[in-house]
Design a protein around this ligand. Sequence first.
Ligand code: ACM
Length: 529
Amino acid sequence: MPPHHPEEALLPRPTRYTPRSGHFTLDPATTVRTTPGAEGAADLLRTLLTPSTGLFLAPSRTGTITLAVDAGLHGLGEEGYALTISQHSVMLRAADPTGLLRGVQTLRQLLPAEALGPVARAVRRDRWEVPCAEITDIPHHPWRGLMIDVARHFHDAATLRRHVDLMALHKLNVLHLHLTDDQGWRMPVASYPRLTTVGAHRAQSMTGPDGTSGFDGRPHGGAYTRTELADLVAYAAQRGVRVVPEVGMPGHVRAALAAYPHLGNRPEHTLGVWTRWGVCETVLGVHDEVLDFLRAVLDEVMEVFPSPYIHLGGDECPTTEWEQSPRARARAAAEGLPSPAALHGWLLGRAGAHLLEHGRRPVGWAEDGALLPPGFTVMSWRDPAHAAAAVRHGHDVVLTHHRTCYLDYAQDDLPGGPAAQPGPVVDLRTVHGGDPEPQTPADGGGRILGTQAQIWTEFAPRAADIDRLAYPRLCALADRAWSGPTSWADFTSRLHAHLPRLDALGVRRHQPAAPRTTSATPARTAPLA
Ligand code: ACM
């Protein structure tokens, strides 16, 4: 059934929507007027609509669509916008150009779903109607992210650009790229070329979870060029999406150590890039060459990625090698640390300080009990209690909890589904519900910046796998992150109207199994399709 009001079809839900009578019609005579600073939003409008609608939306001083930056609208913040659709004009205004990019996506969603499709499939019309309305829209959270792990399986730049487009449709604004791990290093670093000539390739992969499976006997690999990464950053920026790179340390570095064994704790050992899944015992050494390496890598990362945030990993770092290494123990003693295990915080602190000296902010995964060094933004993934503790200690926090935000977990518990990360079922409703947000202390602790979905790719080797894991669950996360909590009924009714847009865009989304008719057990995923 079509929704009664167009706002019931917007995803995420706008802050305020007042319907007005009538329609604005886009037709071959429609032109676009911009004020200084709004040109990028006009370009995006054309990039999104011209191929599918055939309308040129040419620039003109008397355009019926006006895109305007007005610094006086500071109440809208950096990403908010005001959109007035009347029968004879459309006025989109924002305090910052980024707000206009968000408003363009709303205007796009108010068109029929075919307006989102590629030219070959578009139903050619001369007139495209948009319902009249007044909309004011301001995001609930400033950080609305998606992490894609391109280390466990390499996914090419075209796939990433496509996901940037889909993120922008949902007003998500951070693409976190997990660029390095035990199983592959994907970003070239000029002063350490073997990171990609050696570290980007592994001999084979496990076919299932560690301990339960064999190997596929086939090589896997891939790396981006520096130009591809720079182009991705620019492409994302045009859509109001920031790319936050992650270079993990001190654990999850086996690919780097396969390339440069002298950076490890046992340089005499020749290691291959890891072919297993799980947590690898091999970690970075803590000698001066490692600090030189980290500075050189981070300098290049900062050149390619203008993001104010750079992620340094920090998760799942076994300390056995440091406990066994005389050199690491000597370093711990020389630095006055209570134990070799404290080298974890020490090394992260040194790398983080290098970023802070260059005006960037380090990000790290929260681990059990151990607080990240001061100045780190924390991604709380294991337990909401870690988010609360980090905020109390003055850290800014992004909520990334595995039980609600890890989209590599199965979407239902029906037999015969695709291989998934072992763990809880994370169905659409679980993602929609999210986690309770910790109270931020009144006396100046840290802030909750927002939330982010994670797609780890051990079991997602193909581009279609990422589509299936992300959609429609990412719609639920985007809705919560932009709109704040919404009711399940409200969300599912809007999602129902939104799915034709995903279909027009060719998203290979998860298709929920047919509801069971003979069993009292409800389907894990609401039957929406
Ligand atoms: C993580 O899932 N190891 C952050």
